[in-house]
Design a protein around this ligand. Sequence first.
Ligand code: UDP
Length: 246
Amino acid sequence: MGTIMETDLVYQRVLLKLSGEALKGTQPYGIDPGTTAALARRLVAIRDTGIELALVIGAGNIFRGLGASRNGMGRVTADHMGMLATVMNSLALQNALEQAGAETVVQSAIPMPQVAETFVARHAVTHLRQGRIVIFAAGTGNPFFTTDTTAALRANEIGAEAILKATKVDGVYSADPETNPDAKRYVSISYRDALAQQLKVMDSTAFSLCQDNEIPIIVFNFNEEHALGEILRGDLSHATLVSSAG
Ligand code: UDP
């Protein structure tokens, strides 16, 4: 990656969406301390470039509401459990980030003042300006939503210039690259074309929030060590930019 200087950055404030699985490592379930520590070191290196970094983390490594409701649990209860699981991930990540040297604030959409600050967009922006990493926990606070939608909502609320969506593939492809050898990665694509081609970038609620408010989504492979640094310098060699321009 080389050292990224603040003058190289094409963004000043971004929101990074990680799925809960980013904390799991090779374990089948839960939070792997070594994986979480390594992730934290990478994020602190990004923050050290001078960029304002906000995070949303999912909970697929612990609990997903939809899966539990398919197995008979009431959906609202299951989603409450999913949101609480994102709080656990956020606290684990906060702890690792602080151990790696970055002051970090967790803001929860569901008030739990002994555990985390309550989400207030204005306060989040103040923290970011002061160089703290801010993690938005407990999703949107509402059942029937996802942490992708949380990322889209919070990015708009704090005025982030882009959502960086960390996935297992290095962008958006014309077909599933795991099953179709002819699948091509887009360097950039418009919201309209992504919708028309039914390319799964985010769930539909998250996607329309981004489209309506013209917030760019950058999809990249988090396992590619250099990808995040490249994106922040405007290099999309290992990513796809979804925006109104395409
Ligand atoms: N969730 C919710 N409302 C929200 C965000 C999340 O109810 O606004 C719940 C939902 O049950 C979801 C779980 O939290 O399955 C974990 O989030 P997600 O599935 O998005 O995690 P990821 O797949 O990114 O790890």
